[in-house]
Write a protein that binds this ligand. Structure first.
Ligand code: CA
Length: 224
């Protein structure tokens, strides 16, 4: 489980990181709203802990930007005061829960577990293979937690290979499913797109996932 903590007070951030890591979470810290937005947009998190009072872009602005950008990880707000107005504002902007500082660590964990059980605000199907993740609803893909910059066709091709991972898919079938065309024997559109996809999905990583089955087609699987 990966958690993003957006908190400018170093002491609080360090305390949260240590406590969460002791409880088995993987934690990234952002010390400003700008950094928080950047991390949330380029990596995938299971939950975001967001302080309201941040220099520059505050927590309200950050959650607005995240939700507009399609980031649907649950967000737990940390507020300094228990004002009903603040709470309502946070929930209206798309926060999933809030916690008033100072809080007991055990309460934070309980709130987090409840949010993680509930899953993303709007559930979308995420397919996974090793460290490859594809979110079909949001049209986003990650490898080793890093966002992959794919064209719509590359995304469709990767989704098809992942949905049927372990199965060898012929060029004809891929052409029909992704391009909605009948395969012409002299067309190399599938080969070209598989090559481009490999550059993004496989080349930077040790474990290759896309394999060619000579004379047949392609298969996405983890080979040891
Ligand atoms: Ca703060």
């Amino acid at each position: 489980m990966k958690i993003l903590v957006v908190e400018d007070e170093r002491k609080t951030a360090a305390y949260l990181k240590r406590g969460l890591e002791e409880n088995g979470f993987v934690v990234d810290i952002a010390e400003s709203g700008e950094d928080g937005c950047h991390l949330a947009e380029t990596r995938r998190y299971d939950l975001i802990i967001l302080d309201v009072l941040l220099p520059g872009r505050d927590g309200w602005t950050v959650i607005g930007d995240l939700r507009r950008g399609g980031i649907e990880a649950p967000v737990l707000f940390l507020t300094a005061r228990d004002a009903v107005r603040d709470r309502v504002k946070g929930l209206e902007l798309g926060a999933d829960d809030y916690l008033v500082k100072p809080f007991a660590f055990s309460e934070l964990l309980a709130r987090m577990r409840s949010l993680l059980r509930r899953g993303p605000t709007r559930q979308s199907a995420v397919l996974r293979l090793v460290d490859l993740e594809v979110d079909l609803g949001r049209h986003r893909a990650w490898r080793a937690g890093l966002a992959l910059d794919l064209t719509p066709k590359e995304f469709q091709l990767l989704s098809l290979l992942l949905q049927r991972s372990g199965e060898v898919l012929s060029r004809t079938l891929i052409a029909e499913q992704v391009w909605d065309i009948n395969f012409e024997s002299d067309s190399n559109v599938v080969e070209v797109h598989v090559r481009r996809l490999r550059v993004k999905v496989d080349d930077p990583f040790d474990t290759k996932l896309i394999h060619t089955v000579r004379g047949v087609g392609y298969v996405l699987e983890a080979r040891t």
